[in-house]
Write a protein that binds this ligand. Structure first.
Ligand code: GNR
Ligand code: NI
Length: 168
């Protein structure tokens, strides 16, 4: 098992569009295990492969309090969405920034689980928000893209300074 490095905004690699997973092989199982380990280690509730510089349609999530409900989705597709839910969103790729974002509060998503079995999930509120946030990553989109250009620029400047201080 390994903790993977998470890319941070404004890294251009976060803008790459993920391609569908074709082979659910041992390499992919190792990646999924490492993504769960990285997510739990970082106290995140979700992680998209894009964030660890793997541009495949793959995400992991655990929104449970007890951190005992892992969900892995391969090639996810939202098949319906409705309602509204507002949440103070954060992102492991945008450290130290939290902003209220309104998204559809009820979605149905389909995809494959880590064994390649077809699954369909109905999600509300936090889980719905988290799945949409992760699917956005797979499309090269970040929650800061929903903010005003001024707010986005302030976050960019803050993180660029932080990266310089860290000697990156
Ligand atoms: O840990 C995370 N918390 C979170 C809070 C509100 C909405 C989405 C998220 S996902 C985030 C982890 C992350 O960056 N996933 O891409
Ligand atoms: Ni994120």
């Amino acid at each position: 098992m390994s903790i993977l490095t998470i890319l941070e905004f404004p890294d251009e690699r976060l803008r790459k569009k993920a391609t569908p997973v074709k082979n659910i092989d041992n390499n992919l199982q190792t990646l999924i295990t490492d993504m769960f380990e990285t997510m739990y280690h970082s106290s995140g509730i979700g992680l998209a492969a894009t964030q660890v510089n793997v541009h495949l349609q793959l995400l992991v999530i655990d929104t449970s309090e007890e951190k005992n409900t892992p969900l892995c989705l391969i090639n996810p597709e939202i098949i319906s969405k409705d309602g509204e839910f507002e949440y103070n969103e954060g992102c492991l790729s945008v450290p130290l920034s939290f902003e209220k974002i309104i998204r559809p509060g009820h979605i149905v998503v389909k995809g494959l689980d880590r064994n390649g079995e077809a699954i369909e999930i109905e999600a509300n509120d936090l889980l719905s928000t988290c799945i949409q946030h992760e699917i956005d990553h797979l499309n090269g989109k970040l929650f800061v893209d929903y903010l005003s250009p001024l707010k986005r620029q302030r976050i960019k400047t803050k993180l660029e300074k932080r990266h310089r201080m860290a000697g990156e």
